[in-house]
Design a protein around this ligand. Structure first.
Ligand code: SF4
Ligand code: SF4
Ligand code: SF4
Length: 325
C-alpha cells in the first residue's frame, strides 16, 4: 500500500502520463534522493571527487544496498548531474544564507508561498520556488556528505529538512540517515553552533523536490559535496548571500584565524593583515562571526545579488495561494 507521505509528495508533480515523462523522472529522482540520501550523495561525490586535489576517500554505504537499488539510485544521479554544469540548466543548487536570514527562515510560523524567486536572489533558471508548507515541521538528520567520507568531520547531525511533505517523507521512508523531528528552537541552536564552527548555512533547491526549497544545511569546506562542485568545477553550485567581506585594517591582528576558517579560501595574509579576494567571497559571514577582534565585517553589495531575506520576501514576493498549496 502506498503510504500517505509518498502520496503527498507525488501530488507535487503533474500527474505522470506518457506525455509527462519529465515529471515522472523528477518524481522518481526525488523518491530515490529522499529514501537513499546517503547513497545518492555518495554517487554524486564519487563523480565530483576527481576534480578535487587530495579528495577524501569515500565509504560506500553498504548497509543500504542491494545491487538493484544501487543501480536505480546511480541512474537517478546520472540523469540529474549533467544539468548541474550550467546555471541555465542546473536543477540542484544552494543559496547561502547569512546566519540572521537562516534563523528567520527557521522561525517562520505560517506557510510561505513565494514561487519563482527573482534571479537576483536565485540566479538559476530552474528550481527557484520558496514554498514552505508547515514551516514548523523540521527534522534533523546525519549529514550524508560527512558520513560517506573516511575523514568526515563532526558533529554529523546538522542537516535540516524543513516543511511538508518532505519532513514526513524522510521520517517515514528514510531510516538510514537517522531523521529526527525537532522544534524550531532546537534548529536555531544547531545553526548557531554550526556557524560558530565555521559552517555555511545553505538553503537547497532541487527540481526533484518539486522545484522548491526543502533543506537548510550546515556545510563544511572539508566534506560538503556542493563545495567540491562550486570550488573545483565550472559549475555554479551556490549563490552568495548578497554580502561581501571587508577588513577594518587597524583592528586586524594578523592572527590568521579567518584564513583558516573561510570556507571559500577567499582570505590570505599580506604583510600580517588579512586580504579578501572579492571574487571568491560568498558573504557567508564566518569571518565576521569568528574574528577575535571585530576586524572582519560584511557589507551588502548589489553586484553579489540579493539576500534571501524572509521579511522582504513575505512583504514583497508572497503570492496568494487561493486556498491551493
Ligand atoms: S549539503 Fe551540507 S549539511 Fe547537507 S549533507 Fe552535504 S555537507 Fe552535509
Ligand atoms: S581573524 Fe580577524 S584579526 Fe585575525 S587575521 Fe582575520 S581579520 Fe585579522
Ligand atoms: S571572506 Fe568571510 S564572508 Fe567571504 S567567504 Fe570567506 S568567511 Fe565568508
Amino acid at each position: 500500500m502506498i503510504k500517505e507521505p509518498m502520496k503527498a509528495f507525488a501530488k507535487l508533480f503533474a500527474r505522470p502520463s506518457t506525455k509527462d515523462r519529465l515529471e515522472s523522472a523528477k518524481l522518481l529522482d526525488g523518491y530515490y534522493y529522499m529514501q537513499y540520501t546517503k547513497l545518492y550523495v555518495y554517487h554524486i561525490k564519487s563523480k565530483l571527487s576527481r576534480f578535487k586535489p587530495n579528495a577524501q576517500k569515500l565509504i560506500f554505504p553498504e548497509e543500504e544496498i542491494c545491487q538493484e537499488i544501487d543501480g536505480y539510485v546511480k541512474a537517478a544521479v546520472d540523469y540529474m548531474s549533467p544539468a548541474m554544469a550550467h546555471k541555465e540548466t542546473s536543477t540542484y543548487h544552494g543559496k547561502i544564507l547569512t546566519l540572521d536570514n537562516a534563523k528567520k527562515l527557521l522561525s517562520l510560523k505560517v506557510d510561505l508561498n513565494a514561487p519563482n524567486l527573482p534571479e537576483s536572489i536565485i540566479p538559476y533558471d530552474l528550481a527557484r520556488d520558496l514554498i514552505i508548507n508547515g514551516p514548523q515541521e523540521i527534522c534533523v538528520m546525519t549529514c550524508a556528505c560527512r558520513e560517506i567520507s573516511e575523514t568526515g568531520c563532526y558533529p554529523r547531525e546538522v542537516c535540516l529538512i524543513v516543511g511538508e511533505p518532505f519532513v514526513s517523507f524522510w521520517m517515514e521512508h528514510n531510516k538510514l540517515d537517522h531523521p529526527r523531528r525537532i522544534t524550531q528552537a532546537e534548529a536555531l541552536e544547531i545553526v548557531q553552533a554550526a556557524h560558530e564552527r565555521g559552517s555555511v548555512q545553505m538553503a537547497w533547491f532541487k527540481d526533484a523536490m518539486a522545484n522548491r526549497f526543502y533543506a537548510l544545511c550546515n556545510c563544511c569546506s572539508c566534506c560538503c559535496t556542493g563545495m567540491i562542485a562550486h570550488k573545483y568545477t565550472p559549475s555554479p553550485a551556490f549563490a552568495g548571500t548578497g554580502y561581501v567581506a571587508q577588513r577594518i585594517e587597524e583592528k586586524c591582528l594578523g592572527c590568521g584565524k579567518c584564513v583558516e576558517l573561510c570556507p571559500f579560501e577567499a582570505i590570505t595574509l599580506v604583510d600580517d593583515k588579512s586580504v579578501v579576494d572579492y571574487d571568491k567571497c560568498m558573504g557567508c559571514q564566518v569571518c565576521q562571526t569568528t574574528c577575535p577582534n571585530g576586524a572582519a565585517i560584511t557589507v551588502l553589495d548589489p553586484a553579489k545579488g540579493d539576500p534571501l531575506d524572509i521579511d522582504y520576501i513575505v512583504e514583497n514576493l508572497q503570492k496568494d495561494t487561493g486556498g491551493e498549496r
